[in-house]
Each structure stands twice: as C-alpha cells, then as structure tokens.
Design a protein around this ligand. Sequence first.
Ligand SMILES: Nc1ncnc2c1ncn2[C@@H]1O[C@H](COP(=O)(O)OP(=O)(O)OP(=O)(O)O)[C@@H](O)[C@H]1O
Ligand SMILES: [Mg+2]
Length: 334
Amino acid sequence: MQTTAQTQLIGQHSLIDRVQSLIRRVAVTDATVLILGESGTGKELAARSVHSASRRADRPFIPVNCGAIPADLLESDMFGHEKGAFTGAVGARAGMFQLANGGTIFLDEIAEMSPVLQVKLLRVLQDREVRPVGSDRAFKVDVRVVAATNKDLGLQVERGLFREDLFYRLEVIPITLPPLRERRSDIPLLVKYFLDRHNQKRGDFHVSITEEAMVHLWEYDWPGNVRELENLLERLVILSEDGLVRVENLPPSIRSFISEKKIPRPVLTEDGLDLTNAVEEFENHLIEEALRRTKGNKQAAARLLGIKRTTLVAKLRRRRTGVPATGGARAELT
Ligand SMILES: Nc1ncnc2c1ncn2[C@@H]1O[C@H](COP(=O)(O)OP(=O)(O)OP(=O)(O)O)[C@@H](O)[C@H]1O
Ligand SMILES: [Mg+2]
C-alpha cells in the first residue's frame, strides 16, 4: 500500500495555476470530473488531488483501469456480483463502487469502456445506485466519480465509439492537463523536485545538474511528459558516479533532438538571401548530424541521408578543400 501518497501538482506556470484552482473549486463539490491530457501529464495525480482536497479525503480513493481489465470482468469488478452469477463466482463479491463508498472512484482510460458498460455506468451516474451482476437488487452508493482519458473523447463520440449522453454526464467539470512542452518554465522546478526526491533515496550522495544539461531538458519536447522526466531523473540519480549530470549523461534521444532543433532554418528577409550558401549550410548541418549519429561511419551516414557513399565523400572533400562551408558548420569527422 502507498503511504502518504503525494497529491500536489508541482508547477507555477499559469496553465498549472488554472488547473490547481479548478481542482480546489471542484473538490468541495460532489460533481463528476473528467480529466483530459496526454500520457504522463499527471491525470491520476490530479484525480488524487481532487479526492484529497474533498470532504471524502479520509474515505477510499479507488482507481479502476478500464483499459486494462477485460470487458467481461470489468462489470463485476465495478459493480460486484452475487454468488453463482457466472461460472466461477463461488461467493458474492463487492465491486469497486461499493469499496469506494463515501470516497472517490477513479475511472481511468474511460474511452476504452465497452458500449454495454457505458450504458450501465450512465445508469449509475443518473441513479447513484449500483446493481451487482446476477442480482435483482440495487444499492445506493455515495461515490464521487472522476474519469480520465488521453483520447479526444469528443471525437470518440463523433465516431460513434463513445455514448454522447455518458460523455455529457462525465464532462460536468472538464480539467485539461497541459503537456509539459507547453509549460517549459516549470521544467527546472520539476527537475529540482525529482532530483531532491531521488537524492533522498541515495542518502548522503547528492546529484545535481549542469546548466547546459538543464537547457537540454528545457528544450526537449517530452512526448512522455512529466512521467518521462521523472523516470529520466530517477535513472540519472541512480547511475551518477560523480554527482553531476552533464549533457553526455543525457540519453541520445534527447541529445539528437536538441542538435536537430539547432539546425538553423534559412529565413528570407527584406534583403533577400544567398540561396547557394543557405542550402549548403543546411546540408552541412544534416551531414554533421548524420555523421554524429553514426559515429563517423560514412556508409551508414550516407544511408541515413539517402545518398550514395561516394556522393557523401565528395561533399566532404569539397568542404575540406575550402569550398565555402558557411557559418561554422564544420563536421566532426572523428
Ligand atoms: N505536476 C506534477 N508534479 C509532480 N509530479 C507529477 C506532476 N505531473 C505528473 N507527475 C508525476 O508523473 C507521473 C505520471 O503522472 P500520472 O500517472 O498522474 O500521469 P497520467 O496523466 O495519469 O499518465 P497516463 O495517461 O500515462 O496514465 C507520476 O509519477 C506523477 O506523480
Ligand atoms: Mg494515468
């Protein structure tokens, strides 16, 4: 069991401020909440935050992963079942809704819920009572529902994959968590927070990060959002030998993302531009990047660039013999 689960969303960006203030306002009500956002943006954390700021805080918070439980088991998992309701149901069993009574149920990956269960959930939300599988009796339950998905639920509705009436029932209060790349100014704060947390686990050993590495983390796009950042920092703390995280310690995926991002895009200004130079500079950057990725292997670099090895060699030779390779775009040929 998790002890004193942290439920605070770290961040000072106005987008997170807005989420935090929504959470505070909704927490004091019993309204159904729908949490949206890309993977790893903190949807479950936000759900726990709603629960722990509510009058239900000392009652259970029950997460149900609608995507991970097979459709035919999910109904009895959610609503319970009677003895003999189906083969293998040797005794009666309470469902998650009963377990969450007085507290909060967190229906994660709600978009994955089967159409049959969507109807049943709609009924529960309307009547605030559940009927266990195989029972003809319904029980009143006092449960706040928080649902989450990383899918565009509105689009699922349009495509006929999700019930419109259930969507509106769930979407009473929508809370959208921003992707990390839209609140980059929170990255140093999060880095410090996760470093501190993981440093604590290493006792006296303290790991910090160089300015340059921090800039890389700032500029990276974080497709896996806060979870990706958290996992990376945990790994860096565990693997650090001298207590300092440098650019070299960052994964190749981040380093190559940054070097690709640095490839300047030629801009056509009022004064025009030198097309030959601009094209050559662009080409040089790509050649450099291909050689770096392939550790100087010209055959592999040429394949990456979709050209023949001989063509690449000719281009490199031309650059070394002083034909203008502008703007400091020199390839590392080691
Ligand atoms: N703002 C934040 N402050 C601190 N920790 C955060 C924040 N956002 C996310 N985390 C941490 O990142 C990890 C991922 O968060 P969470 O599981 O809530 O994301 P999610 O949106 O539910 O992801 P998925 O869609 O993949 O299920 C967790 O360990 C969580 O504690
Ligand atoms: Mg989640």
